[in-house]
Design a protein around this ligand. Structure first.
Ligand code: SF4
Length: 271
């Protein structure tokens, strides 16, 4: 695996439900075709030179742990939690070096009494249940926008199967860890016909759900009733979460009237 070195790692994120974040890999092997906003953003800012093939050949930040040693004392008072990650996948398929580094990062943050929210389309390793290394205050999440394998194979071509992803998350839940699901970017029916309730029922064991619409996609923009469709989805998701006592947040821009009350979805419970 290619390696790079960086000058900084931790940063305050602008994502509304985040606090601090780190991305210890440049690129991501999952090659999502929604499209991948992280890749688009990196291209827009000139941080990467190549196309999606380049992006799918990830580069590990080899000095990530050294950077954390310097930055944790600097930011500790400001950090409520660290999100891993918004612009790459910490448990991406096919790169054991990434998994190893992610585990070391979580361990280091937890040893410094800093909790993490983690998000992946990959498979969580069972070792995360080892309480001598990893705290029990972290929130482990997966992205899940469809139960349809054909959709997954087309839009998340190199990520693990939906069932494997969910089973790994359920294992962490069954072993007493906190879990969440990001149902984002949720597609319109002209991309995949599906019932949101089916997805919600399958993940009813989790502690938190975040729902957000798919943007920047030509086919979605062609769906005539898209705004009403997403309003209905939001209504379903909120009703479901309230009934099951699951914390939730609806991403900004998903419904007509944005409710910022639930932005602190993790902060409120993680302390
Ligand atoms: S998992 Fe995330 S970062 Fe990786 S390709 Fe998919 S959208 Fe991009």
């Amino acid at each position: 695996m290619e390696k790079i070195r960086r000058k900084t790692l931790l940063y305050r994120t602008k994502v509304e439900y985040g606090n601090f974040c780190l991305n210890h890999v440049l690129g991501c092997s999952h090659g999502c075709r929604y499209p991948c906003f992280a890749m688009k953003n990196a291209k827009f800012h000139g941080w990467i030179k190549g196309d999606s093939e380049w992006w799918c050949n990830p580069k590990l930040v080899e000095n990530a742990l050294e950077l954390l040693d310097k930055e944790i004392p600097k930011y500790k008072e400001e950090i409520d939690f660290v999100h891993i990650s918004f612009t790459t996948d910490p448990f991406m398929e096919g790169y054991p070096e990434v998994k190893e580094m992610t585990l070391k990062i979580i361990e280091k943050l937890n040893k410094n009494n800093i909790k993490c929210t983690v998000l992946t389309k990959g498979i969580y390793p069972k070792v995360l249940t080892d309480k001598t290394k990893y705290g029990s205050g972290n929130y482990y999440g997966i992205t899940l926008v469809s139960l349809d394998d054909d959709f997954k194979n087309k839009f998340e071509p190199f990520s693990p199967s939906i069932n494997d992803r969910m089973n790994a998350l359920k294992y962490l839940h069954d072993n007493g860890l906190k879990t969440w699901v990001s149902i984002e970017p949720y597609p319109t029916p002209n991309l995949v016909e599906q019932d949101l309730m089916e997805i919600l029922e399958r993940i009813s064991f989790v502690d938190k759900i975040i729902f957000g619409r798919l943007n920047h996609n030509k086919i979605v923009s062609e769906f005539k009733d898209k705004d009403q469709f997403f309003e209905n989805c939001v209504g379903q998701a909120i009703k479901f979460c309230k009934e099951k006592n699951i914390g939730y947040h609806i991403k900004n821009g998903t419904q007509k009237i944005y409710n910022s009350d639930t932005e602190k979805i993790f902060e409120a419970s993680i302390k």
